[in-house]
Structures are given as C-alpha cells and as structure tokens.
Ligand binder design. Structure first.
Ligand code: NAG
Ligand code: NAG
Ligand code: NAG
Length: 180
C-alpha cells in the first residue's frame, strides 16, 4: 500500500472504531453493585442493569434492590406496550391474538405486583415482597402457556423478564438478611 492509502485506511479505521470504544467503555460498576450481583443467578444481566441506572451510583443495598425491582416493573410495562401494539395485527390468527391478549393481562398484573413490591421493600415487608415478585414470575409463566406453539417473539421476553425478577428477588433477600 502507498503511504497515503495506508494513512487514509488508518484514519477510516480510527473514525469507525473510536466512537465504539467510547460507547463500549464499561459503565460505572460500583463495588456494591458487584457484591450485590454476586447473590444473583444472572450476574451479567444484574451488573448491566444496575450499572446502567444513575440511581445505583452511591446507593446502598436497599437502593440497589429498589433499582432492580423498578427495572423489572419497567420491563413489564414495556412488554405490555409492545403487546398492545402487536395484538391488533389483523393478520394474526384469533388464537394467537387471544394468547397475546392473555399475556397483556398477565403483564399488567406483573407490573402492579412489582410496584407493590417496591413499597413492601421500603416497609421492610419481606414476606409480602417475596410473594408478590413470585406472582409476577407466575404471570410470565401463564403468558408462556398462553402462547405455547405460536411464533410471537414472547418467549424471549418471558425469559428475560423472569431473569430480572429472579435477580430482584435475590437482591431483596440479601437486604432482608443484612437487615437494611
Ligand atoms: C462512578 O462512581 C464513582 C464512585 O461511586 C463516582 O465518584 C463517579 O462520579 C462515578 N462516575 C460516573 C461517570 O458516574
Ligand atoms: C438506604 O437506602 C434507602 C433507599 O434509598 C434509604 O431509604 C435508607 O435510608 C438508606 N439506609 C441507610 C442506612 O443509609
Ligand atoms: C426487557 O428488558 C430487557 C433487558 O433490559 C430488554 O432487552 C428487553 O428489550 C426489554 N423488553 C421490552 C419489551 O422492553
């Protein structure tokens, strides 16, 4: 390659790669986030979701549990909105529409359960929290049954939602044990 071509090539490479380096810089993972996520079954997801939330910076363990529950609740709301849009697709078979409609009811309930769990955490009502987060998980199981055998893209969302709930539950449990 001629020097000029090499120069142009390297510059192009820089321009293409630099923004990714900046964007891909690890988010601010605090020591407590790492410690708290060590209690969870899905550690990578835990660290990613907690570190992405500015409230996690400087939060104590209870604060991180609140963030984890809020992320799960927000996910349930996002999934509800997603279904609301897709359920009206006229090309869907009635059985698929019915399944999605059932999923929508499930996720409306799941978001409510998780919001109640936020209040329970702040009140130190750990048994209630445990019950309600598990109801939210059961909601996503019900959804999975409703759309079984149909291609809806819901299964992936159900799996992800369940993982967010399981993580939140594990973090909240650690809070309950630590007593703060
Ligand atoms: C990262 O966390 C540290 C310690 O909590 C804090 O001092 C710093 O401001 C944070 N940086 C960003 C970019 O949030
Ligand atoms: C921990 O964080 C929670 C939620 O932000 C707050 O209500 C509580 O006062 C904090 N506890 C301590 C000991 O700082
Ligand atoms: C739920 O959260 C996961 C992880 O943040 C995300 O990948 C997924 O897109 C979310 N689902 C919806 C429907 O927003």
């Amino acid at each position: 390659m001629k020097p000029f071509t090499t120069f142009v090539f390297l510059c192009t490479l820089c321009v293409a790669v630099l923004p990714q380096l900046i964007v891909a810089r690890p988010t601010n993972v605090t020591k407590l986030v790492t410690q708290v996520c060590a209690h969870t079954a899905h550690k990578g997801l835990c660290v990613d979701t907690l570190a992405a939330d500015p409230i996690s910076q400087g939060a104590n363990q209870t604060g991180l549990a609140l963030v984890a529950l809020r992320v799960a609740s927000q996910n349930a709301s996002d999934i509800t909105e997603h279904i609301k849009v897709s359920v009206n697709d006229a090309s869907l078979a009635p059985a698929v529409q019915q399944g999605l409609s059932d999923c929508m009811d499930n996720y409306v309930d799941a978001a409510e359960q998780l919001d109640d769990s936020l209040a329970a955490l702040l009140a130190g009502a750990h048994d209630d929290l445990n019950t309600w987060v598990n109801v939210a998980i059961a909601d996503s199981d019900s959804c999975e049954k409703s759309i079984k055998g149909f291609k809806t893209g819901m299964s992936k969302k159900n799996v992800m939602f369940r993982m967010l709930c399981e993580n939140a539950l594990a973090i909240a449990k650690a809070v309950a044990i630590a007593g703060n």
